[in-house]
Design a protein around this ligand. Structure first.
Ligand code: NAD
Length: 505
């Protein structure tokens, strides 16, 4: 039996429960169908066959979940930081114990390759541990003095919050958003993406089995236009942590306006990797290839625009093209696969349309350029490199969210900076140069929330994560997440009997 066959057999064992009983919502500690009994199918992008029937939650289900989160809030917020810390570590332990199940189900539901998803659970557990350790100090503030006055600031959890997540790496992203909310003392209503809802169900189960009190974490499946919208409009939900497309962020901002919702947005990107002639070319090429072709290119931080100094443009793009052509596209549970099927036929259509757009715009296809017949006949697209492109093309400006890289030459540093910043997004940027002074100057002027110099995206959890321009509002990571999930209060104490104006005698 091949490794793929063994993995597939195990994945089918893990999936059997979902196939038999469907994916229920979790409200107030109970696994429940949608109030009106409706379901929708989640399909596997490998063979487009249904994996499970999912509860189709709508406004009534969100209302129940928001009420449960509201009811659970005072108890959870009052629990000591140390107790929250211990509980979140127990959730992390339980995630690690079910790492294989999480990885296999994630691969089957999203099409992401096991090569990357094998670590998804561990990364999710790390998110819980990181915020567990910070829970005891989440409420801490500052002491600010002036003559005759001592100000003491402190933080308190904002209340029940809504978390809305996308389909690309659902397990990791859900932990990334939910762990800090719980550590802060908030209760949660989670609306996972309709295209990949399975591991969100595992996650809430794991948390409750680890001892999380009922109603602290509620999960309601459904679509953006019904469950998602209702969550953003609900009066009892104080804030929305959202990860998804920029235009959905705009809609959520409008939907939340009537209830003055606090919002945190992690949105799309069209991130440049900028390679100067003095860079370590081989390492830069490996990093560029990794950042666009890992996770199927369905990655907000992917380096989807390759800006290369003219003198090395031909050599560099040939190197990237050779590497792209050697990348294995295949079944996500095959341990050698790098690129699995894209999430859904509609998304595949969008990516393939961009390949046509690129050709029509006059760019050259240096690698890939079309669909691949993969196992199961699902949504497989070849890793693609467009060369001879310019920054005005749609393939250089719009987020494709697939394994498609657009390479553009630049003349000098000024030109490189202008190209890098000439885009509506500003999530990440990657700079390759051996000139440290240039690196300082260039990163100062780059319009991006996160920049890596001579490196691919290597995440350090205490650092801020988020974008500028159309890529987001707010920062996660370190203490920044608590700024979002908590309210800051200032209390001013008089330390002298200062003179108080006597109005009216
Ligand atoms: P999407 O915006 O279509 O959907 C994201 C979530 O929002 C889903 O759960 C969806 O049901 C919900 N939603 C849709 N319309 C809604 C509405 N009107 N009200 C409330 N909720 C609504 O995004 P997607 O296609 O699932 O994910 C891909 C996008 O996510 C890409 O743009 C990618 O760059 C972005 N992303 C960003 C980050 C980041 O950290 N910046 C990380 C991962 C993905």
């Amino acid at each position: 039996m091949s490794k793929l066959d063994t993995n597939l057999a195990k994945a089918n064992e893990y999936l059997a429960r979902f196939r038999a009983a469907g994916v229920l919502n979790q409200i107030a500690g109970e696994a429940v169908p949608a109030a009106d009994g409706a379901t929708f199918d989640t399909i596997s992008p490998i063979d487009l066959k249904p994996l499970a029937k999912v509860a189709h939650g709508k406004a009534a289900d969100i209302d129940r979940a928001a009420k449960a989160a509201k009811q659970a809030f005072p108890g959870w917020a009052a629990l000591s930081g140390d107790k929250r810390k211990a509980l979140l570590h127990r959730i992390a332990d339980a995630i690690v114990a079910r790492a294989e199940e999480i990885a296999f189900i994630e691969c089957m539901d999203t099409g992401q390759a096991l090569k990357f998803m094998a670590k998804a659970a561990l990364r999710g557990a790390e998110n819980f541990r990181f915020y567990a350790d910070r829970a005891p100090e989440a409420r801490d503030g500052k002491a600010l003095r002036m003559d005759g006055q001592l100000n003491v600031t402190s933080r308190a959890p904002i209340g029940p919050v809504g978390i809305i997540t996308p389909w690309n790496t659902p397990f990791m992203l859900s932990t990334w958003k939910i762990a800090p909310a719980l550590a802060a003392g908030c209760t949660v209503v989670h609306k996972p993406a309709e295209l990949s809802p399975l591991t969100a169900r595992l996650l809430v189960e794991i948390a409750e089995e680890a001892g999380l009190p009922k109603g602290v974490w509620n999960t309601v499946n459904g679509f953006g236009e019904d469950a998602g919208k209702a969550l953003t409009e609900h009066r009892d939900i104080k804030a929305i942590g959202f990860v998804g497309e920029s235009r959905t962020g705009s809609a959520i901002m409008a939907q939340g306006a009537a209830t003055l919702k606090r919002v945190h947005f992690e949105l799309g990107g069209k991130n440049p990797v900028i390679v100067f002639a003095d860079a370590d070319i081989e390492r830069a090429a490996d990093a560029a290839v990794f950042m666009i072709y890992s996770l199927n290119g369905e990655r907000c931080t992917s380096s989807s625009r390759l800006l290369v100094e003219q003198s090395i443009y031909g050599k560099f793009t040939s190197l990237v093209a050779e590497k792209a052509k050697r990348i294995k596209v295949g079944h996500p549970l095959d341990p050698d696969t790098v690129i699995g099927p894209l999430i859904h036929p509609q998304h595949e259509r969008k990516v393939l349309d961009y390949l046509d757009i690129g050709r029509r715009e006059g760019a050259t296809v240096a690698a890939g350029g079309g669909k691949v017949e993969g196992p199961g006949g699902g949504c497989y697209v070849a890793p693609t490199l467009f060369t001879e492109a310019n920054n005005g093309m749609r393939i250089a400006q719009e987020e494709i969210f697939g394994p498609v890289l657009t390479a553009i030459p630049f003349k000098d540093e000024t030109d490189a900076l202008a190209l890098a910043n000439d885009v509506s997004y500003g999530l990440t940027a990657y700079l390759w140069t051996s000139d440290v002074t240039r690196a300082l100057r260039f990163t100062d002027a780059l319009e991006a929330g996160m920049i890596w110099v001579n490196s691919e995206n290597v995440r350090h959890l205490p650092t801020p994560f988020g974008g500028v321009k159309n890529s987001g509002i707010g920062r996660d990571g370190g203490d920044w997440s608590f700024d979002f999930y908590m309210e800051t209060k200032n209390v001013a104490f008089a330390t002298t009997s200062h003179a108080i104006a006597k109005l009216g005698g």
